[in-house]
Design a protein around this ligand. Structure first.
Ligand code: FE
Length: 234
């Protein structure tokens, strides 16, 4: 009998509490595709600011001891747009760092490889669709590979949007806010996304997320994610 707690999925490998998580690699580990300078500013300034903003918004409340994922879900139940923007960006960035690794990218492998072939025809077609959607995304946002009803989908969210509060399980993400690529690629967003898919995407992380969703049951996972969490911290 498999007994994984569906609610544990979103917080797996994520830091406990409202602290800026360390990067899972050195600042220069993703060069030349993402420079040390970009990573230092993106992680040390942008991501740090979202964590700090979230911490300041929940200070003194029961949410102080909640996970970032639970704060995101709670903010939705309360229609608290300010808290959602800060917490979702904190969660999205922590997820994004884990989607990358030195020597990654290229052909998918493991369980997700067959799903990509079934869903997109080939890894090359998947990459083409992913890059195309990144080009169509107007303004700031994120491009995701998600599990949606048992099938893979490429989706886009604007600003702080996240599959965490939808009926989808996030498997991979690429940040397409300008701060993610402007220092290295200027306006060439598609070159940035293509470089990540070719050289940095961590398919092991995607397989890990897929495996957790399979164990927990994707539907159970998302239902858990959507539960009103008015009892947080109680
Ligand atoms: Fe970012």
């Amino acid at each position: 009998m498999q007994s994984a707690d569906p609610g544990s999925f979103a917080s797996l490998k994520f830091c406990k509490g409202l602290v800026l998580p360390s990067l899972p690699y050195a600042l220069d580990a993703l060069e030349p595709h993402i420079s040390r300078n970009t990573l230092a500013v993106h992680h040390g300034q942008h991501h740090a600011a979202y964590v700090e903003r979230t911490r300041s918004l929940v200070k003194g409340s029961d949410l102080e001891s909640a996970s970032v994922a639970d704060i995101v879900r709670y903010s939705v139940t309360q229609s608290d747009r300010g808290l959602f923007n800060a917490a979702a960006q904190a969660w999205n960035h922590e997820f994004y760092w884990q989607c990358l690794r030195p020597g990654g990218g290229g052909e998918s492998h493991g369980a997700i490889a067959q799903m990509i072939e079934d869903g997109f025809g080939s890894c090359r077609h998947f990459s083409h669709e992913f890059v195309t959607l990144a080009g169509e995304q107007f303004g700031s946002g994120w491009i995701w590979l998600v599990l949606d009803g048992g099938r893979l989908r490429i989706t886009a969210t604007s600003n702080a949007g996240t599959p965490l509060v939808q009926l989808q399980v996030p498997l991979l993400a690429i940040d397409v806010w300008e701060h993610a690529y402007y220092l290295d690629y200027q306006h060439r967003r598609l070159d940035y996304v293509d470089a990540l898919l070719t050289h940095l995407i961590d398919w092991d992380f995607a397989n890990h997320n897929l495996g957790m969703a399979s164990v927990a049951g994707a539907q159970a996972t998302v239902e858990r994610q959507l539960l009103p969490r008015r009892d947080l911290g109680a």
